[in-house]
Design a protein around this ligand. Structure first.
Ligand code: AMP
Length: 170
């Protein structure tokens, strides 16, 4: 199955100059959803995973599906102020200015093996901040896993030292 045909380019969204990768056509098709979840799962191989960490908001589509297949738990990373319990946070740089990501302070136990998942790897700033949160809690990052990698933005460069896997490259 060619998953590329289920990904829609939306130009100038959410702002001018960005070509947004809209994955909702992939999500709404029962067969494509099942097959793409299996393909993301295969990127992990036989590695044992204790928790899958997914970032708000589009990381939430596949991270729990992968966690379920891996028989692992799911941990959400959210923007500041969204999580109800005590959190740890990481400030990261955006194209203009800064933003904050948070995780519950009891989400990961020391030594747990972690898979990080997001839909798109762009500049890598978000994924790098999530790696820092996981490592602050003593988690061991097994793989950073993405549906789509925008190679021209070299997010991989920011994630040196980690195993980075993506299903579709642009
Ligand atoms: P990054 O620049 O790697 O920190 O990406 C920031 C976040 O925005 C990630 O969670 C991506 O899912 C999302 N993102 C960045 N660029 C795009 C794009 N062109 N299409 C869809 N999502 C994007």
């Amino acid at each position: 199955m060619d998953f590329n045909t289920y990904i829609r380019d939306i130009t100038d969204f959410p702002k001018e100059g960005i070509v947004f990768k809209d994955i909702t056509p992939l999500l709404k098709d029962a067969k494509a959803l099942k097959e793409v979840t299996n393909a993301l799962f295969e990127l992990i191989g036989n590695q044992r995973i204790d928790k899958v960490v997914g970032m708000e908001s589009r990381g939430f589509f596949f991270a729990p599906l992968l966690a379920s297949k891996l028989e692992a738990g799911f941990v959400p990373v959210r923007k500041a102020g969204k999580l109800p319990y005590k959190t740890i946070s990481e400030v990261y740089t955006l194209e203009y200015g800064e933003d904050v990501l948070e995780m519950h302070e009891d989400a990961i136990a020391k030594g747990e093996r972690i898979l990080i998942h997001d839909d798109v790897l762009a500049t890598g700033g978000t994924a790098k901040a999530v790696c820092k949160l996981v490592e602050k809690m003593g988690g061991e990052i097994v793989q950073c896993n993405f549906l789509i990698e925008l190679g021209f933005l070299n997010g991989r460069g920011k994630l040196q030292g980690y195993e980075v896997k993506s299903l579709l490259q642009y």
